[in-house]
Design a protein around this ligand. Sequence first.
Ligand SMILES: [Zn+2]
Ligand SMILES: [Zn+2]
Length: 362
Amino acid sequence: MPYLVREHLFIGNIGDAAEILQNGSEEVTHILSVLSSASISFFSEWRSGLTIPTKEIRKVYVGGSESEDDLGDSPNNALSPKKLLYSLEHAGKDLKLVRMAVPLRDMESEDLLDYLDVCLDFIDESRKEGSILVHCFAGVSRSAAIITAYLMRTEHLSQEDALESLRQSCEFVCPNDGFLEQLKMLEAMGFKVDRANPIYKRFRLKVLGDIYNRGERIDGSKFGADPGLPTEEVSSEVGASLNKGTISNPAYRCKKCRRVVALQENVVDHVPGEGETSFDWYKRRSGNPFSKADEIECSSIFIEPLRWMTTVEEGALEGKLSCAHCEARLGYFNWSGIQCSCGSWITPAFQLHKSRVDISTV
Ligand SMILES: [Zn+2]
Ligand SMILES: [Zn+2]
């Protein structure tokens, strides 16, 4: 039996979802399935003989044009393009239910953050129209993580308080540690997935690092746009002149040839002097973690991987970063990390020496 969490909001396992899809429900009108596959065939594989009718409403891919949310055309998310974000379909008895399915495995390294916006919005909409069951396989980790995020966002609760509140309804919920860490990030970003936030940028780098460590090919499509390409520079200049005097977009240029190699928005900030142990850094609770930035001078800046870094695409663990125009040595990259002069470890690291670049406005 599903557990009631809030009015019109239930949590359950795959058995609860199958029961409602097969026989209908007087109460539940919407289902959010969070399983390793978004396909309804997952249910027949789980219990042979079970077939559930569906009629597709839409499938939305990361970067796909069908998407109406900002994830669609933004290069700044950790998912790679062409990956399914979600599918939406009429499902179950008489096709009366609306089912959103999100492909997510229950693994600590799994990227929960990038699915949260669509999931939480769907829960909101469903509760206005009827009642929703959020389910995963066991009803313990994935569905609990998503409902915890939902309670955090709608009730402005900390991760701990939201989870504790959920446990009042369903005492055995237990999101995996990777999900809990991402929910902490959600809290630190003000209950929204803010892709400009340094916390998100660090997360994105770590996801890329995980892809590299799994031995998957890293290609330029996963990198940020090259801010030094003429077309993009022109469009930046147009943008700047349209907003005359109000926008200054700091850019890093190769000291030797003046080519733009990074924009301020590509920079992944770190706290000077802080030792890095992957995700542990955000656990510091006192004030703004970046407020000490001026106290210790760092000799390097660290940026996200950009499309001009062709040496990175060759697949080596580490290597030089050279200017795409004059080939001057600008810095170094290392998937296992580089220590900044301030003592902080950045992992993975794409480093520009401050002595090799100038900062100016585009
Ligand atoms: Zn530093
Ligand atoms: Zn150069």
